[in-house]
Write a protein that binds this ligand. Structure first.
Ligand code: CP3
Length: 355
């Protein structure tokens, strides 16, 4: 270990000792760290400018563009962490699936995965498939200084929901029909996706990501018993695959009030909470030994500054007894939000929690 390397390996000591990393490890912090899911994106005019004319998936494969977009919210808002600019379907595209991200819609898969024969299309992901990720993270960690970079991936269930449905869905009827009706095929599908997801996270950590977040955005559609039986084993496999790196692992989903305990048990160090469950109650559900991340309702940002501050204060009060707290929204930044409201929110959380 060289002088400027941390106990966790690749990152500089200043990154390892940053408020975000400390909060994830449940250590004392100088102030509550803040970042926002979807902080890079259409809410920022500078994002819309550099993305003009470049399709979403193509932009994820250009290291200089990825670097610029990832840095934009750090420069503008002074957030405590960057999140790598990409999308959950990037590794699936990288192994050759015919899919696209349609503006205003989301990921669309040309030929959905519905049968055992379809599984053959899900080959393993190698680092060479996503060499642009390694390159971009190399550029980024040089630019970021002490600010940690969060890598991420879609969790097996949320990826499967797009692959089986063929696109966004409100009911997940095809995915759930497979889960209930052909549990062996479903288990094999999720297992394949777990391997791909784990490989994608490893690439990001090896390249220099300081933490990783597993987005199981749509898993709140499941009852706890079905989560435990049909989804949790695959997510456990992902978390176990990266456990040896010692980087914080965050686990997030929407509408997961009834799943918080299981999502923590799946192997996360930090459990992400949407706005439906107050953080003190979430901590009771999750149990000891985990930090929490969240959980201001993103739509609160459409209200006045005074209302934003009152609601933020409530989140901070509910978080007062937590072992570790990373402030975030309960889900992603909405494209139509005024970015100045986000800058003010970062400042407010920092001053309110300065110790
Ligand atoms: O700043 C960040 O958080 C990093 C970037 C990021 C994107 N996608 C960029 C993006 C992250 C973390 C994601 C993850 C992602 N992608 C999730 C999980 C997070 C969540 O919100 O629950 C999901 C479910 C997806 C799938 C997806 N990709 C959707 C639903 C959409 C929106 C479609 C639309 O146009 O409204 C996308 C496209 C996408 N991914 C955009 C961005 C900035 C918007 C497209 C664009 O800017 O052209």
């Amino acid at each position: 270990m060289s002088a400027n390397e941390s106990p966790a390996g690749r990152q500089p000591t200043a990154t390892y000792d940053s408020p975000f990393m400390k909060a994830c490890r449940r250590e004392p912090v100088p102030h509550t760290p803040v970042w926002f899911m979807r902080q890079a994106g259409r809410s920022l005019p500078e994002y819309r400018k550099v993305r003009a004319g470049v399709p979403m998936l193509e932009s994820c494969m250009r290291p200089e563009l990825v670097t610029e977009i990832t840095l934009q919210p750090v420069r503008r808002h002074g957030v405590d962490a960057a999140i790598y600019f990409s999308d959950i379907v990037v590794p699936l595209k990288a192994i050759g699936l015919d899919l696209d991200i349609k503006p205003g819609v989301g990921p669309v898969v040309e030929e959905p995965i519905r049968t055992r024969a379809d599984l053959a299309r899900l080959r393993d992901l190698t680092p060479e498939d996503v060499s642009y990720v390694t390159e971009a993270i190399g550029l980024l960690t040089r630019e970021l200084g002490p600010t940690p970079l969060i890598g991420f991936a879609g969790a097996p269930f949320t990826l499967a929901s797009y692959l089986v449905e063929g696109g966004p869905s409100r009911t997940y009827e095809n995915a759930k029909a497979m889960m209930y009706g052909d549990p062996e095929l479903w288990a094999d599908l999720l297992d394949r996706l777990a391997d791909i997801t784990a490989a994608f996270l490893k690439v990001q950590i090896e390249a220099g990501a300081s933490a990783v977040q597993l987005f199981d955005s749509w898993v709140g559609a499941l009852a706890p018993a079905d989560y435990r039986r049909s989804v949790m084993p695959a997510s456990v496999k992902v978390f176990e695959a990266v456990a040896g790196y010692g980087v914080p692992r965050i686990h997030f989903g929407v509408g997961t009030g009834e799943l918080l305990k299981l999502m923590g048990d799946a192997g996360a160090d930090v459990v992400g909470v949407d706005w439906r469950v107050p953080l003190d109650e979430a901590a009771r559900r999750v149990g000891p030994g985990k930090a929490l991340q969240g959980n201001l309702d993103p739509t609160v940002l459409f209200a006045s500054t005074e209302v934003v501050e009152t609601r933020t204060r409530e989140v901070l009060d509910a978080a007062a007894g937590l072992e570790g707290h990373v402030f975030n929204l309960g889900h992603g930044v909405m494209p139509s939000i005024d970015p100045d409201a986000l800058t003010r929110l970062v400042e407010y959380v920092h001053t309110q929690t300065a110790r």
